[in-house]
Design a protein around this ligand. Sequence first.
Ligand code: PLP
Length: 382
Amino acid sequence: MSAPIYLDTNATAPLAAEVREAMDPWLQHRPTNPSSVHRAGQRARAAVEAAREQVAALVGGAHEIVFTSGGTEADNLAIWSQLGWPPSGHLVISATEHPAVMEPAVALAALGVGCTRVPVEGDGHVEPGVVKAAVRSDTRLVSVMTANNETGGLQPIGAIAEITHQCGLPLHTDAVQAAAWLDLSEHARGADLLTLSGHKIGGPPGIGALAVRPALGLSALLRGGGQQRDLRAGTEPTALIVGFGAACVRVLARRAQEATRVRALSEQLIDLITTAVPDVHVTVHGPRLPNTVHLCFRYLNGSELVARLDLDGLAASAGSACHSGVTHGSGVLEAMDLAPELARGALRLSLGYHSTAAEIERAGGIVADAVASLRANSRMVR
Ligand code: PLP
């Protein structure tokens, strides 16, 4: 049987060899608490601070880095930190945010904070003017993601930042999916708070960061031993942080080249599938991540397709929020006003730095065959 093909990078990217190598000594030689005053602690401190600079470089070098346990915590920190305690005021988010932004907004709304979800256009992008119209006198924060995890669609962060700054408001952007592919100093230009996650860019899971514009006030979510200048208490996990830093160095060295190579592969994959398969809708035609292919097949159920592809050696995702292994209707596709019969047949194929031309050629054939075979046995009406 041929080697399995992994096209689910937006769920998690394979751990890069150079990341594992960088982490190795920190996993083997203990103790590594960077807050310890002895020499072992100081060595760990130096490694953590070097990694902090590596992560800062990925977002352009102008932000301070607060390490977190991942993208989810960084999103929560960004949002809760700007609404005060007890929380008050008003928050603006887009209708296609990741649950790591949506759910804190829901929790804040239950505590009396106003929350406006601005709608997206049919192609998934937020019109900056709509953000402006949503701002109120008590608005404290606007949060719009850089790139969508399901569709790969990009948001006009630079234009939205201009508006929030005219209104005197900070902008948070969840750049978790964009970081491996886009120059964030350009595509997330003006963002005051940026969320990053290690395991989406070739680093280890369990580590992420909130990049914070220096003058911006931030109140802590986790309180305790005063680590990270009281902004995020908890012993810094040296090995994970070193691995995250190494992943950022790797992305900076390879991003431009990989973005071009992988965009060509993803376009080829779209061509292969849309040529071989009838009744398929390409979800994003506007600006998108180079690695993300989102397709909707009529007369098919996306989760059945994903299960079938898995048996055929291709790891993909139904694209409809599969956050905890539970697949349900996608709020993102609903917000884009996609017809339910299309949204039901959603498939996300997300390529990575590891993807090869030979794999993409094979993947195109596997998807086309699986769709044909499932449709032949489907009871869905044509
Ligand atoms: N934000 C986006 C856009 C994501 O895709 C994810 C992960 O799926 C997260 C946040 C959460 O990141 P983590 O898994 O590091 O908590």
